[in-house]
Design a protein around this ligand. Structure first.
Ligand SMILES: *[C@@H]1O[C@H](CO)[C@@H](O)[C@H](O)[C@H]1NC(C)=O
Ligand SMILES: *[C@@H]1O[C@H](CO)[C@@H](O)[C@H](O)[C@H]1NC(C)=O
Length: 414
């Protein structure tokens, strides 16, 4: 990060949020939450040799059952999304995509019905080229038919990848065209685009987010997360650095998507899990798990079902928290959200994130970040759920943050 961003920078974005045209299909009014196969299972099509990473019907049913029976669905985890490698290698005689017959013997409509019957939603995947990233059939030349097939199956969310496109101009037309066909099916389908990622990292082009926000409900800006902490750190640093460019396109119905959460994979310590969840919640990012659902630890489950944390992530205002850089590894995020006292005084959360190797003392005064309650605020530690102090706007709030950890406070107006 190159700029030191102080209160003046922050006030600019709080007082004058840019207004931009965006997709208004009534969907994804808060960032999608759920589970997606790719991060942990990846292709998952070699079930004989690698049964622990098999993408099949049983896997999807077990995620649905766990979400439904263990409180995740009630906490908001709603979308169960199958990524690449779900189909037969050939379309049928009518040109339709076919679910892989060995791994999904009862087809996709069966899974959609099963998930819908439990009050949740079903997501799938395609690519805008002839083949997907893993060389399964892609949707190029079949946009209309595939949109209708997904709608017929009861799909509620479609992730559309952008591998193997030679001309960047095709990205700029194909995502719009496929989106129109999805719309024409009449079925509400959240539209997730990988469009900006491919523009920037594969075609080395400057990204204009206006058309993307106008045609997609969410979009991937940056590399896939891999199952390791350094990948999470790179994502956090990237979004903090790109915040001025990304913030004006982000809000209800249209979200920047930093990719999946990697808890439940055994790759993160407890404090690293807190950091990824806290930063994603502050950014109003989608919360999509990718793990073997049976390996979520009791502590991780407690975090995922922490409704004070989920409330920050799912706040209806959908504001992307402002990162105030102390150094490139020590960042304070500030987010305005509900509930309000009257019609002018918001609640706020502050995430004090330390990605450095040493403990850091961090501090702030509410008045420096636009907080204006003359009666002061009551301060809750989101992870312990303890209301530990009442403050005036000029009181200094101080916390010692261990390495790779976060302190997350919500200030409610008194
Ligand atoms: C289709 O687009 C129109 C215009 O943006 C929107 O009002 C409508 O809700 C969309 N319908 C679906 C099913 O996405
Ligand atoms: C904060 O103020 C409220 C309202 O006066 C009071 O009920 C509460 O006990 C106070 N909390 C602390 C931690 O002092």
């Amino acid at each position: 990060m190159h700029n030191i961003r102080g209160p003046c920078f922050l006030m600019f974005f709080i007082l004058f949020p840019a207004k931009v045209a965006s997709l208004e299909n009534g969907l994804a009014r808060t960032p999608p939450m759920g589970w997606m196969s790719w991060g942990y299972y990846m292709c998952g099509d070699t079930c004989d040799t690698n049964p622990g990473r098999c993408l099949n019907e049983n896997l999807i049913l077990s995620v649905a059952d766990t979400f439904y029976n263990e409180g995740y669905q009630e906490a908001g985890f709603e979308y169960i999304i199958i990524d690449d490698c779900w189909s037969e290698k050939r379309r049928d005689a009518n040109g339709r995509l076919v679910a892989n017959k060995e791994r999904f013997p009862r087809g996709m409509k069966f899974l959609a019905d099963y998930i819908h019957a439990r009050g949740m939603k079903f997501g799938m995947y395609t690519n805008i080229a002839e083949v997907t990233c893993m060389h399964y059939p892609g949707s190029k030349n079949f946009f209309k038919l595939d949109a209708q097939t997904f709608a017929d199956w009861g799909v509620d969310y479609l992730k559309v990848d952008g591998c193997f496109i030679k001309e960047e101009s095709f990205l700029n037309t194909a995502y719009i065209e496929l989106g129109r066909y999805l719309n024409k099916t009449g079925r509400p389908i959240v539209y997730s685009c990988s469009w900006p990622y491919y523009l920037k990292y594969i075609h080395n082009k400057h990204v204009n987010y206006s058309p993307i926000a106008k045609h997609c409900n969410l979009w991937r800006n940056f590399h896939d997360v891999s199952l390791e902490w350094p990948a999470v750190v790179n994502i956090i640093k990237h979004y903090a650095d790109q915040y001025p460019k990304l913030v004006s396109h982000h809000g209800p119905g249209h979200w920047n998507d930093p990719d999946m959460l990697i808890l439940g994979t055994g790759e993160l310590t407890q404090s690293q899990t807190r950091v990824q969840l806290a930063v994603y919640a502050m950014m109003s990012a989608p919360l999509l798990l990718s793990c073997d659902i049976k390996h979520i630890t009791p502590y991780e489950k407690e975090l995922l079902l922490n409704l004070d944390l989920i409330a920050i992530a799912q706040d209806p205002l959908g504001i992307m928290a402002t990162p105030v850089a102390i150094t490139d590894l020590v960042i304070m995020y500030v987010k305005k959200h509900l509930p309000m006292k009257g019609d002018k005084i918001h609640s706020y959360s502050f995430a004090l994130v330390n990605l450095d190797k040493f403990k850091r003392r961090m501090s702030f005064k509410a008045e420096d970040y636009g907080l204006n309650s003359v009666d002061g605020y009551t301060v809750m530690d989101v992870f312990s759920k303890v209301y530990f102090r009442n403050v005036t706007v000029s009181d200094l709030i101080v916390a010692d943050v261990p390495p790779d950890d976060v302190v997350l406070y919500t200030l409610f107006p008194l």
